[in-house]
Design a protein. Structure first.
Length: 352
């Protein structure tokens, strides 16, 4: 039982379960799922669909953080990918053509892949601190998106593009299936190949891993590219949901939520060991918490405070030092010492 409570995922899971129980008590219909025309509907389904963009961004963020890095430009990259995709569709004579939509999606994701590789180049090759290297694109990215759209909010009408956020396959939202596929691909990539071990090696000790023959520059470079690619896909899903390219608001503050989700899941900002399962749980915590805040009618100005309190509680529950302090408040255990043919002697348990 003690080993279970020491597992790094137990407290994120407990936090998620607590949020689900709180919602179930406050609104009994929270757990209900209905089927209409073969499609699943309900609060839980809404959480799965709405969490898709954050899930994609958090997956890339977890891998970047594992290398002792950070990517603050993911929100701006979402704005860029959405702007590129919707500009192509808006300028096309056949916006409802599947071919046009596919080209637009590929173009939007490709441009963010290039920007992600640019971040990796600055960090891995030039040697700029990750927070500074990605801050540059964070500040300039939305300006690039505005240049692409001409300074306006580009809106479109395209049925194939709307399917990404509004469509269903096998009853589930397409957006959720996209995030599920991304989770599966990234998991196979880092847990069924050497990439995961090498990433952890680079994060734990970059110098030692380099001396051991690990190509740390290439790994860091590629992971920033992967982060950009996932952020681009998240931007596609976001723009599909509103059917518009809003450079100023697309992905706003999503980098902070992604970092929170990664930390809540048990990944250390110091780099090294990371957990994709914990990241997924952290994303669901953030999205469920957002849904809870909205339902409880918390004023928008107070929402960040409410979210911060919950995040602090979860982080404290994961802190080894906090657990040590709590355990230090408990009375010492009685240790029974016995010798042959003698009466057991109870002593206070002490440590050297």
């Amino acid at each position: 039982m003690t080993r279970i409570f020491k597992h790094r995922l137990i407290w994120p899971i407990a936090a998620l379960v607590a949020l689900i129980v709180l919602n179930s008590i406050s609104r009994p219909s929270f757990l209900s799922i209905t089927i209409t025309r073969g499609q699943l509907y309900g609060s839980l389904i809404d959480i799965l669909r709405d969490s898709a963009p954050l899930m994609l961004v958090a997956l890339g963020m977890a891998l970047v953080i594992a290398t002792r890095g950070i990517d603050l430009s993911v929100g701006a990259q979402m704005a860029i990918s959405g702007s590129v995709a919707l500009t192509i569709i808006a300028d096309s004579k056949t916006p409802n053509s599947l071919g046009t939509v596919v080209v637009a999606i590929l173009a939007g994701v490709a441009i963010t892949l290039v920007f992600g590789l640019w971040n990796g180049f600055l960090v891995a090759v030039v040697g700029i601190q990750p927070i500074i290297a990605t801050l540059v694109l964070m500040l300039a990215g939305r300006g690039i998106a505005l240049l692409i759209t001409g300074g306006f909010i580009t809106t479109i009408t395209s049925t194939p593009y709307a399917v990404l956020s509004q469509g269903h396959v096998l009853g589930f939202p397409v957006a959720f299936l996209v995030s599920a596929i991304a989770i599966a691909i990234v998991t196979v990539l880092v847990r069924r190949t050497a990439l995961g071990v090498l990433t952890e090696a680079v994060g734990i000790n970059p110098s030692a891993s380099r001396l051991a023959g690990v190509r740390s520059r290439g790994i860091v470079w590629s992971l920033y590219g992967l982060s950009g690619l996932l952020a681009g896909m998240a931007g596609i899903l976001y723009s599909s949901n509103i059917m518009a390219a809003d450079a100023n608001n697309a992905g706003i503050n999503i980098e902070l939520d992604a970092i929170l989700a990664v930390v809540l899941g048990g990944t250390s900002l110091a780099g090294g060991k990371f957990t994709l399962a914990g990241t997924v749980i952290g994303v669901f915590i953030i999205q469920t918490l957002t849904s809870t805040i909205t339902f409880l009618g918390v004023p928008p100005a107070v929402t960040p405070v409410f979210k911060a309190v919950v995040v602090i509680i979860v982080c404290l529950s994961q802190s080894q030092r906090m657990r040590g302090w709590i355990s230090g408040l408990r009375p010492p255990k009685r240790l029974v010492v016995t010798t042959p043919n003698e009466t057991p002697i109870a002593t206070n348990r002490t440590t050297a």
